[in-house]
Write a protein that binds this ligand. Sequence first.
Ligand SMILES: Nc1nc2c(c(=O)[nH]1)N[C@H]1C(S)=C(S)[C@@H](COP(=O)(O)O)O[C@H]1N2
Ligand SMILES: [Mo]
Length: 199
Amino acid sequence: MGVVSPGFHRRRRESAVQLPPGQYLTEDFPVLSAGPTPRIPMEEWELTVTTETGRQHRWTWRELLDLPFETPRVDIHCVTKWSKLGTDWQGVSLDVLLAGVDTAADFALVSSYGGYTTNLPLEDLLDGQAWIAYRYDGEELEPEHGGPVRLLVPHLYFWKSAKWLQGIDLLTENEPGFWESAGYHDYGDPWREQRYQGD
Ligand SMILES: Nc1nc2c(c(=O)[nH]1)N[C@H]1C(S)=C(S)[C@@H](COP(=O)(O)O)O[C@H]1N2
Ligand SMILES: [Mo]
């Protein structure tokens, strides 16, 4: 047994240190979209995961809803400096989605209906860190917030949480997405304040 009780670090994070550096709290839910909100008919919606060998795995809306879901309560941090604590989501863990996908890739390039892309290491999508979310705060996810389906990766700046999710390419080489190509940080850890390239 060490001298520090097991609950010490958790209590500290829950009380005092709730906000990453440079962030402020917001109660409302701002909408940040780089383009118009795409409207996707559910019968046409599908999610495609493509591996580094070109193998494609597809889920229709029905198939996604049939997968076991989780209801994560998470804090979200936008690079424009607002943070929102304790947001409630429903969605499928990427661990579940990718369980049957055979890959040796280290990187993921996520793409949206409408053309938005964002990149992250594949390991940041796994181990209970990311979800394919389709409900927010007990309701269907609104189109402005990425409905029908968005990615949710709360431990990175919120630009990594692609709205209107369409596909995930699993890659052996890192490929920067939309904001990452425009000078934003490749990884985007809010606790290390990785806003821009060089941070
Ligand atoms: N497809 C798509 N996803 C996106 C964006 C976007 O412009 N297009 N903006 C990103 C940014 S910068 C943020 S902060 C969040 C905003 O999500 P919200 O509008 O639900 O608050 O979505 C991210 N995902
Ligand atoms: Mo953002």
